[in-house]
Write a protein that binds this ligand. Structure first.
Ligand SMILES: [Mg+2]
Length: 290
C-alpha cells in the first residue's frame, strides 16, 4: 500500500519534518510504502496526487489540511491528521493528537469518520466560514504577512481591524428563506468549536449532512468584544445575543465590502454562496468519537 505524507515545515515550531520521518517509519511497519512531501504555502498541491495512493497523512495545522482537501482527487483516500498547528480545530473536534502509535493503530483497524465537506463558491472546507469582523482580522493579517513574524504581527492587524471595521449589514438567505438583512457577522460551521476553546454551535455534528449557522447582530466593536469575552469565559456564546440555525445552502451579500474567511484564512469579500459539497472525506479517528 502507498501512503503520502504531506508536512508543513513551518508548522509546529519546525518539528513537522521530524514527525514526518517518524511517521514514515511507523507506517512502514504496518505495510505502507510512504513518501514525504514538504509543503510551502505557495506550492501547488495538485501534483501530490498525480499518482494514486491508499492513505494521505497531513502533518500541519488547519490551513494545511484545507489546502490538501482542495487538492484531493475524486474518490479520495482516507486522511490521517497529525496536528501541529496553533488552533488545531479539526483535531480537537475529532479527538486527534500527535501520538503516532495511536494514529497507526487506528489506520490498521480501519477506524475513520466520514466528515461532511462544504463548498464556498469553488473552494472546499471542513470547518467554518466567517463573514464580518473575524474575517477582517484574517484579511489584515494576510496583508501584513511579510518579514519576521512576531506577537506584534498578530496584535497589530487585530487592533486595526477592531478600530477600523464599520460592521456593514449582511443579508443572509438560508435554504431559500430570507433570515435577515442586517446581520453584523455570520459564521457557517461544520464543527462545534470556533478557533479552539469556544463552543459556538454545541449541537453541531460534522457528519449529519447539514451545517450550523450562527447569526450575530451586535453592531459595535465594544459589543463584539463583550460577546467574545462571554464566549471565552463560558465557552459558548450568549443565547440571547446569537441566533443558531441549520441548513444546507447559504447566500451572503452586502451593499458594502464585507470580508469572509475560510478555516481561519482570508478568502474573499461578499457575495458568496456556501453549500454542502455532497461528498464526504474519511478522516482516521478514534472509535470512541463515532
Ligand atoms: Mg453538521
Amino acid at each position: 500500500m502507498i501512503a503520502r505524507i504531506v508536512a508543513n515545515p513551518i508548522s509546529g515550531g519546525g518539528r513537522s519534518m521530524d514527525l514526518a520521518d517518524r511517521l514514515r517509519g511507523h507506517l512502514e511497519k504496518i505495510g505502507y510504502t510512504a513518501s514525504i512531501y514538504a509543503t510551502q504555502a505557495e506550492e501547488r498541491f495538485e501534483a501530490l496526487f498525480d499518482q494514486a495512493c491508499d492513505l494521505v497523512a497531513v502533518i500541519g495545522g488547519d490551513g494545511t489540511i484545507n489546502r490538501v482537501l482542495n487538492a484531493l482527487p475524486d474518490n479520495p483516500p482516507p486522511l490521517a491528521i497529525v496536528p501541529t498547528g496553533t488552533a488545531n480545530v479539526l483535531a480537537r473536534e475529532l479527538g486527534l493528537s500527535a501520538n503516532l502509535e495511536a494514529l497507526c493503530d487506528w489506520i490498521e483497524k480501519g477506524w475513520f469518520r466520514e466528515m461532511d465537506t462544504l463548498l464556498c463558491d469553488e473552494r472546499r472546507f471542513l470547518l467554518m466560514a466567517g463573514a464580518g469582523l473575524d474575517a477582517e482580522v484574517t484579511r489584515r493579517i494576510a496583508l501584513s504577512r511579510k518579514g519576521r513574524w512576531s506577537f506584534l504581527s498578530y496584535a497589530r492587524p487585530i487592533l486595526q481591524a477592531i478600530r477600523g471595521y464599520s460592521f456593514p449589514p449582511i443579508k443572509l438567505v438560508l435554504d431559500d428563506h430570507l433570515i435577515t438583512e442586517t446581520a453584523s457577522a455570520v459564521v457557517i460551521t461544520n464543527v462545534a468549536t470556533y478557533g479552539g476553546p469556544m463552543r459556538i454551535a454545541p449541537d453541531a455534528d460534522p457528519c449529519d449532512g447539514r451545517f450550523e449557522v450562527c447569526v450575530i447582530r451586535s453592531r459595535s466593536a465594544l459589543r463584539f468584544l463583550l460577546l467574545l469575552a462571554h464566549a471565552f469565559l463560558f465557552k459558548r456564546l450568549p443565547e440571547s445575543k446569537v441566533q443558531l440555525l441549520q441548513g444546507q445552502r447559504v447566500a451572503l451579500t452586502s451593499p458594502e465590502p464585507v470580508p469572509l474567511q475560510l478555516d481561519g484564512d482570508f478568502f474573499k469579500t461578499l457575495p458568496v454562496t456556501v453549500a454542502m459539497d455532497g461528498r464526504k472525506v474519511r478522516i482516521v479517528a478514534p472509535r470512541s468519537q463515532t
